[in-house]
Design a protein around this ligand. Structure first.
Ligand SMILES: [Zn+2]
Length: 348
């Protein structure tokens, strides 16, 4: 199994986010990568550096792929907003809009506050001076892992942070800016006609759903805590099945808050039965580890051993697979949960 990560990802290091209306330390920081890296070293899986940012040519290739899943104005916003924000007299250190087009805006504004309000779904996603470089490096990690699978590796793990599955065509949300899982699927589509994304994160992968909602070439499925009572709140129900060409190619299975591993694994079975009808040729696993019972975002009650079962089940698909790190926040169990998943997946 190939394994990709770049230290440049740490350039994005948000200090705080807004929790129940109050600033709190962000759980999505470089310490997550440290924990997961230590676990990978323990497992003896060799680290490779992604090459997406090592030359102008490679970076152009990465940006061209990102432009297939995000809008040009959104990519431009991500890259330029911090500098434009700081030019405003008395502006905060990080981008923090105070106005949003809740009822759906009719025009895309020119002003940095208006643009930030347009693109930011929530207040969990501060943008600092070096954030874009770190966010782009995380995308390059997903790209490299997917390229290795296209070139013949059976599977690869991308240690992406910041994560990506809440990022839509032009929406930031839930610690996510560029959709790394969607990017990995985009790379796989260069070789395979039918690609699936299976999202096992605690949260609904609303960004991924949005990106592929009208497409039948990338199937998307998500298991998550019921969004009637849980983030991201406005998407994630089972009647969201896709539109137009994409009708029937999006599957959501919301689970009651506090569900355990038995309920989760049964729902995974249902999800994979639906996936089977799609006859996928390659798969991206949006690998969130935050469904664990000790995770600070507490919504489901999985044990570490459940991640092993999930890994075993996904390995049975016997498909070329890119594992893209999504959520999973610092606890004693975080590293063990990754190891359990990978042991199950690799059959060790
Ligand atoms: Zn999550």
């Amino acid at each position: 199994m190939k394994f990709y990560y770049s230290d440049r990802q740490n350039l994005h290091a948000p200090a705080t986010f807004l929790l129940r209306g109050k600033p709190a330390p962000s759980p999505e920081g470089p310490v997550r990568a440290e924990i997961l890296l230590a676990e990978m070293a323990q497992l003896g899986i060799t680290l490779s550096e992604p090459d997406g940012l090592t030359s102008t040519e490679n970076e152009a290739r990465l940006r061209e792929r990102l432009a297939r899943i995000h809008t040009p104005r959104y990519l431009n916003f991500l890259e330029t907003i911090h500098a434009r924000w700081r030019e405003m007299p008395g502006a905060s250190e990080v981008v923090a809009p105070n106005v949003h087009p809740c009822a759906g805006g009719r025009q895309y504004p020119d002003h940095p506050i208006g643009q930030a309000g347009w693109h930011l779904h929530d207040m969990a996603c501060p943008i600092g001076p070096d954030s874009f470089a770190g966010i782009l490096a995380s995308a390059a990690t997903a790209e490299a892992a997917a390229l290795s699978v296209v070139q013949g590796e059976a599977s690869a793990y991308a240690l992406c942070r910041p994560p990506g599955h809440h990022a839509g065509p032009e929406q930031i949300g839930g610690f996510c800016y560029l959709n790394n899982s969607a990017l990995a699927a985009t790379v796989l589509r260069e070789k395979y006609d039918r690609v699936a994304i299976v999202d096992v994160d605690l949260h609904h992968g609303n960004g991924t759903q949005d990106i592929f909602y009208r497409r039948s070439d990338v199937w998307t499925g998500s298991l998550h805590a019921d969004t009637r009572e849980f983030y991201p709140f406005f998407w994630g129900q089972d009647n969201e099945t896709g539109e137009g060409e994409g009708k029937g190619f999006n599957v959501n299975i919301p689970l009651p808050l506090g569900s355990d591993g038995a309920v989760f694994c049964q729902a995974l079975e249902q999800l994979l039965e639906r996936l089977d009808q799609f006859r996928p040729q390659a798969v991206v696993v949006a690998l969130g580890l935050d469904a664990h019972k000790d995770d600070p975002l507490a919504g489901l009650m999985l044990e570490t051993s459940d991640f092993q079962r999930i890994g075993e089940r996904l390995a049975k698909l016997q498909l070329p697979t890119v594992l893209v790190q999504e959520g999973g926040y610092p606890t004693e169990a975080l590293g063990n949960n990754l190891a359990a998943f990978l042991n199950g997946f690799r059959g060790t």
